[in-house]
Design a protein around this ligand. Structure first.
Ligand code: SF4
Ligand code: MG
Length: 318
C-alpha cells in the first residue's frame, strides 16, 4: 500500500526547572522518532504511561507543537504548514481520545457536537443534516439520540459519539489514544470491532495508542514499542507476539496472560520504575531495568538496526 504518513526524527522537548539553582533542563518526551505508515494499516503504539506515546500522537497532528523533525502526510510537509494550512489538513486527520466525556461539550446536544466540524470546515449546509444522521447510525446509535446531551449516555455510547465526531469529515487517518482503556472489557471489544468495520468501510488508517498489549494484539497490523520517548522495537504484530527481540518488549509481553496452557513463557519482572524522563539513564536508557544488560549498555546508546525484517534498538543485535 502507498505511504500515507512519514515521520522523520520527530522530537518534543518540554522545559523543566530543577536543581538548587533551578537550571533550565529539558524532558525529551519524544526523542527522534521515525515512522512510515501505509494507507489502510493499523499501527499500534505501546508502552508504559509516561513513555511519550500520547505526546507522539499529538505531535503528528500538531495539537502539540513538535520541537523538531519532519511530518509528511500524503507527500505534504505538515511540519512547515502555517495555521491555516494546518487547519485545512486536519480535515483528513482526526483524533479519538480515551475519555470522550472530557472532550464532548456537556452543554451541546449530540447533533450540535457533530455539527461543529462541519461548520469549521464549511461543509455545505444542505449536506450537514444528512451527514449527521448517516454518521450517528454508522457508529451504531439511533437518530433519536441526536437531541440528547452527553451525560445521558453510557461510556461505550459516548465513545461511539467521539468516533462519530472524528468521522464527520471522512478523514483518512485517525489517531486513537487509549480509546477503550476507560471501558469495561465487554464494551471494549464492541468498540474495537466497530473501529475495524469503519476501517474497511472508509479505508481508514489508524494509529492506535495503548498501554494494553491485549487490545493492540486485537487490532494492530504492526506494533511500535516505545520506551522513554524512543521506539525500541517495530515489528509486525505476528512477529512481535511470536517472539519479541528487544528485552523491554519481552518483558511487556511476558506480562500478558496467555490462553494456551502449554505456553510456559517465563514471566520477566521489570526491575524498578520508569526512570524520570528529565534525568534518563546513560547509555541504553533501558539498562537499569534490563535483564540482559551488558557493560557496553551502560555507556553507549544502541542505534536502531534492521533485524529479521523489523527494527530493534539494542546492542544484543548488533
Ligand atoms: Fe538491554 Fe543492553 Fe539491549 Fe539496552 S542495549 S535493551 S540494556 S541488552
Ligand atoms: Mg497517555
Amino acid at each position: 500500500n502507498p505511504v500515507l504518513l512519514e515521520v522523520k526524527g520527530l522530537q518534543k522537548r518540554f522545559p523543566v526547572k530543577k536543581g538548587l539553582f533551578k537550571e533550565a533542563t529539558y524532558v525529551h518526551a519524544v526523542n527522534g522518532i521515525d515512522l512510515t505508515i501505509h494507507m489502510g494499516e493499523t499501527l499500534g503504539i505501546v508502552g508504559e504511561s509516561g513513555c511519550g506515546k500520547s505526546t507522539l500522537g499529538r505531535c503528528i497532528l500538531r495539537l502539540v507543537e513538535p520541537s523538531g523533525g519532519e511530518i509528511e502526510f500524503q507527500g505534504e510537509p505538515l511540519h512547515r504548514f502555517g495555521k491555516k494550512e494546518m487547519k485545512a489538513a486536519r480535515r483528513n486527520m482526526q483524533m479519538v481520545f480515551q475519555n470522550p466525556f472530557d472532550t464532548l461539550n456537556p452543554k451541546l446536544t449530540i447533533k450540535q457536537i457533530l455539527m461543529e466540524p462541519l461548520i469549521a470546515h464549511r461543509v455545505p449546509h444542505e449536506e450537514r443534516e444528512r451527514l449527521i444522521e448517516e454518521t450517528i447510525e454508522i457508529v451504531g446509535l439511533s437518530k433519536r439520540y441526536l437531541l440528547r446531551y452527553p451525560h445521558e449516555f453510557s461510556g461505550g455510547q459516548r465513545q461511539r459519539i467521539g468516533i462519530a465526531r472524528a468521522l464527520m469529515l471522512r478523514p483518512k487517518l485517525i489517531i486513537a489514544d487509549e480509546p477503550v482503556s476507560a471501558l469495561d472489557v465487554s464494551i471494549q471489544s464492541q468498540i474495537l470491532n466497530l473501529m475495524q468495520d469503519l476501517q474497511e468501510q472508509f479505508a481508514l488508517t489508524y494509529i492506535f495508542i495503548s498501554h494494553d498489549l491485549g487490545v493492540v494484539e486485537h487490532i494492530a497490523d504492526r506494533v511500535a514499542v516505545m520506551y522513554l520517548g524512543e521506539i525500541v522495537e517495530l515489528a509486525t504484530k505476528e512477529a512481535l507476539f511470536q517472539r519479541a527481540l528487544h528485552p523491554y518488549s519481552q518483558a511487556l509481553l511476558s506480562a500478558v496472560p496467555v490462553q494456551d496452557p502449554d505456553d510456559r513463557r517465563e514471566r520477566i519482572i521489570l526491575k524498578g520504575d520508569l526512570p524520570s524522563p528529565s534525568n534518563p539513564p546513560t547509555g541504553c536508557k533501558f539498562h537499569p531495568r534490563c535483564h540482559a544488560c551488558m557493560d557496553i549498555c551502560k555507556t553507549q546508546a544502541p542505534r536502531p538496526q534492521e533485524v529479521e525484517g523489523r527494527i530493534v534498538t539494542c546492542h544484543l543485535y548488533e
